[in-house]
Design a protein around this ligand. Structure first.
Ligand SMILES: [Zn+2]
Length: 287
């Protein structure tokens, strides 16, 4: 089976040719202005070019909330789709191929699940990068929920008082733990401002830098224990630029160890790296 995989992000769109589960070719374009769904679909298919005639289907992963009607934005700052944005329908009509579409973190969760020991039935994937996202596997199947919202775990609230999140709630994990939140805390602490990469390098010798990173890791640890309490997960897979940064996973696991044994859950590093969403887009067609 050959799949055209498309991963739509806020700044870039990756396209891949996936044969028997392996990414054999890859292209990338800057995300164009999103207004007309037909123009947007044409841009994607033009970029796929000669791959298209060799593909059996098209798998899409995208930022935003995916429903049968199309894509809409939970956080319009990432990518403001005119809602609903019926991209799957437009691609299907133009390519005459079956099209399947998932939220990007759900797609990455599904890919990561396929990379685990088959004994695992219940898993969550958490990505800590610009935001905090995720996906949930229950009884060996991706759980999307009736409205497609399942796995938006960055918007689980873990604090009654602060900070305010872009989604409209108070105390979301994303508002405490994301790369954006880390950068905000860092900017209040260091002048001139430093990047998050520099912050991680500084943490060994600077208690303020360490405290900022620990605050994030502790919020993720609470999220992990909440998910364990709610879903009795076998394992949690952690990814994203912050999630995979040196020492971050260790900090999360240390924070989990301080909590009652019943809520502890093993957290391991993601394998898919930067192409997990793209591969997940293609892996939708694999059971
Ligand atoms: Zn939120």
């Amino acid at each position: 089976m050959r799949t055209l995989a498309i991963d739509i992000g806020g700044t870039k769109i990756a396209l891949g040719l996936v044969e028997q589960g392996t990414l054999v070719d890859r292209r990338q374009i800057a995300t164009p202005t999103v207004n007309d769904v037909n123009l947007f679909a044409d841009t994607l298919l033009e970029c796929a070019g000669e791959w298209l005639s060799r593909c059996d289907n098209i798998g899409v992963s995208t930022t935003g909330l995916v429903t049968e009607q199309g894509i809409s934005a939970i956080n319009p700052d990432t990518l403001a789709f005119p809602a609903p944005f019926p991209l799957a329908q437009a691609l299907e009509k133009k390519s005459l191929l079956p099209v399947s579409m998932l939220n990007d973190a759900q797609a990455a969760a599904w890919f990561e699940y396929t990379q685990l020991d088959s004994q695992v039935e219940n898993m969550a994937f958490i990505t800590v990068s610009t935001g905090v996202g995720g996906g949930i596997i229950i009884n060996g199947r991706l759980h999307q929920g009736q409205s497609g919202l399942a796995g938006h775990i960055g918007h689980m609230s873990v604090s009654l008082s602060e900070p305010k999140c872009g989604c409209g709630q108070i105390g979301c994990v994303e508002a405490i733990a994301s790369g954006t939140a880390i950068q905000k805390a860092s900017n209040q602490c260091f002048s001139p401002p430093i990047s998050n990469i520099e912050l991680f390098e500084k943490a060994d010798s600077d208690t303020d830098a360490e405290a900022i990173i620990c605050q994030s890791a502790q919020a993720i640890a609470i999220l992990c224990c909440n998910l364990k309490a709610c879903l009795d997960l076998d394992v949690i897979v952690l990814g994203g630029g912050i999630g995979l940064a040196t020492g971050y996973l260790t900090r999360v696991n240390q924070a989990i160890k301080t909590r009652p044994a019943a809520f502890q859950v093993p957290v391991v590093a993601a394998k898919g790296d930067y192409d997990a969403c793209l591969l997940g887009a293609a892996f939708q067609f694999r059971e």
